[in-house]
Design a protein around this ligand. Structure first.
Ligand code: FES
Length: 416
């Protein structure tokens, strides 16, 4: 019996995980199907061989990497299950069967401080680094080349919106309604975007499309779209670029917080919305503030303040949460709701100014939303990437900055 209670289950589709038959529901990601099947561990950490499973469930952390039909480094949380695919764990010492490095689980069942462990004496550190380098690695080469040729498409547009979360989506709609030639993308697929915000996105927005480079000299943004027709490489040049990449869910510091079954609360909420399911047994939410409260409510979960946490218990998966009061809560999942940090790395690469807001580096912008230049392209920024706002305030911010872009583009057009 799975751990998910589905709202409207239909005929399952089958796939394979490490030679085990697993049932999934249409619309499942590999991660939601594996969570449902209680198969949480998909890899080991490169350095200390700690068990790894999904954390962010949003494509940000990379702890869910698996090999799918011979392709390495596939994010299980961003990949929909297809019938009969073969999914294998990655970065285990042997792909299947006994993994001698799992002795680490037994030797350090209570966890250890990996910032200090074997750092001194120097000789121990050198040996550890050498062994870790040997064992580390993220997958072996694909078994075959890509089936289809990769196409390239180039887009010259007035406005380019990166991100279709609450702010980017609201902004793209304002731009499209004002007759601005807008190109909008998001790296999530349509099902995940629907779980992030119910606001529809413009018909022209592309899903499953993520930027991997920004070239200021050429004013080019390079990205990859994945879909049923294979991979399309795209380049975009725009007069205005609106950065709306949102925020990420950082981990909170408490012992054993990396055991499979510890997940981002926002990521878990969205993943469950996506597959229209609830957990059979509620998780415990660790966090404080409005986001933590909203997540605990949606997950029917007990909310625990981070200061009260002694540690997560369990060595290969979560078995419970030990509190400083001596109380032990039995649970299979711990959902972490820490202060969101802005997804500002691409903005930094593009030359936008950043500032530290206490939780991370956010894009620094002026009153109207201007965030610097990228060659002779005007950069703008909106939503959580400029500092945490939450969905409703992010929408309003997106609309406000989009109206400024409409004005800017009209002036540009008028001035030739
Ligand atoms: S990238 Fe998949 S869980 Fe974080």
């Amino acid at each position: 019996v799975g751990v998910l209670r589905r709202e409207d289950p239909v005929e399952p589709i089958g796939f394979h995980f490490d030679d085990q038959a697993v049932d999934a529901q249409p619309g499942d990601t590999i991660s939601t199907a594996l969570i449902d099947a209680r198969l949480l561990m998909t890899s080991r950490s490169p350095k200390y061989r700690r068990p790894r499973g999904p954390y962010c469930l949003s494509g940000d952390c990379g702890t869910c990497l698996v090999r799918v039909d011979g392709q390495p480094n596939v994010r299980a949380c961003m990949t929909a299950v297809l019938p009969d695919i073969h999914v294998e764990p990655q970065n285990t010492f042997r792909p299947k069967g006994l993994d001698p490095t799992q002795l680490v689980d037994r030797m350090f069942s209570g966890g250890f401080d990996h910032h200090r462990f074997m750092v001194k004496p120097k000789i121990a550190n050198t040996i550890m680094q050498t062994v870790a380098r040997e064992l580390a690695g993220f997958g072996e080469l694909p078994v075959r080349a890509l089936d289809q040729p990769v196409r390239h498409e180039h887009h010259e547009v007035a406005a380019f919106v990166l991100g279709q979360g609450s702010a980017g989506r609201a902004a793209a709609r304002v731009l499209a309604d004002a007759g601005i030639d807008v190109f909008a993308i998001d790296r999530h697929d349509a099902e995940s975007l629907r779980a992030i915000d119910e606001l529809p996105w413009p018909d022209t927005a592309l899903t499953s499309t993520g930027v991997f480079a920004a070239y200021a000299g050429e004013r080019l943004w390079a990205m990859q779209s994945t879909g049923p027709d294979g991979i399309v490489l795209r380049t975009v040049r725009a007069q205005s670029v609106l950065l709306a990449m949102g925020s990420r869910d950082p981990m909170l510091p408490f012992p054993n917080n990396d055991v499979p079954g510890v997940m981002s609360a926002r990521g878990l909420v969205r993943a469950l919305r996506r597959v229209r399911a609830k957990l059979e047994e509620p998780p415990v939410v660790v966090g404080h503030g409005p986001v933590a409260q909203d997540c605990a409510e949606e997950l029917d979960a007990e909310l625990v303040h981070p200061d009260k946490v002694e540690s997560v218990t369990g060595s290969r998966r979560v078995e419970g949460l030990a509190l400083r009061t001596g109380r032990k809560i039995r649970c299979q999942f711990v959902a972490v709701a820490g202060p969101a940090s802005a997804a500002s790395e691409l903005a930094a690469q593009a030359g936008a100014a950043l500032r530290f807001d206490g939780a991370g580096y956010v894009i620094s912008r002026d009153e109207s939303g201007r965030a610097g230049r990228f060659g002779d392209t005007q950069l703008w920024a909106t939503g959580d990437v400029t500092g945490w706002k939450g969905p409703l305030a992010a929408r309003r911010d997106g609309e406000r900055v989009a109206q400024q872009i409409v004005r800017h583009q009209k002036v540009r057009r008028r001035d030739g």
